[in-house]
Design a protein around this ligand. Sequence first.
Ligand SMILES: Cc1cc2nc3c(=O)[nH]c(=O)nc-3n(C[C@H](O)[C@H](O)[C@H](O)COP(=O)(O)OP(=O)(O)OC[C@H]3O[C@@H](n4cnc5c(N)ncnc54)[C@H](O)[C@@H]3O)c2cc1C
Length: 70
Amino acid sequence: MEKTNYDLIIIVNNDYRTNIKGVFAAGDSIEKKYRQITTATADGTISALNAIDYINKIKAPNYTEEAIAG
Ligand SMILES: Cc1cc2nc3c(=O)[nH]c(=O)nc-3n(C[C@H](O)[C@H](O)[C@H](O)COP(=O)(O)OP(=O)(O)OC[C@H]3O[C@@H](n4cnc5c(N)ncnc54)[C@H](O)[C@@H]3O)c2cc1C
């Protein structure tokens, strides 16, 4: 998993995806400016919704790697 030099901090993209397929992260574990309860909660919501979207896409009959690449 891609991490910063601090090793405990995980790098995610705008969808909270890590560089490992199907693994999402949120909250204090990710690289970001503000570490607060409200930001962690928002991260968790977005990350979970994106994880659901990812699962739905890979379960779809017309699933392709390109469909989930975004
Ligand atoms: C002293 C202090 C004061 C703070 N005061 C404020 C404040 O006043 N207001 C505010 O908004 N924010 C405050 N924060 C920041 C806020 O607490 C965090 O940003 C927020 O809790 C992050 O939520 P999280 O779910 O990402 O991580 P956490 O709340 O740290 O939750 C992570 C959970 O994962 C568990 N865990 C860890 N490793 C494993 C493992 N291997 N397997 C299973 N479980 C594991 C931990 O036990 C923990 O329960 C404070 C932080 C600290 C340290």
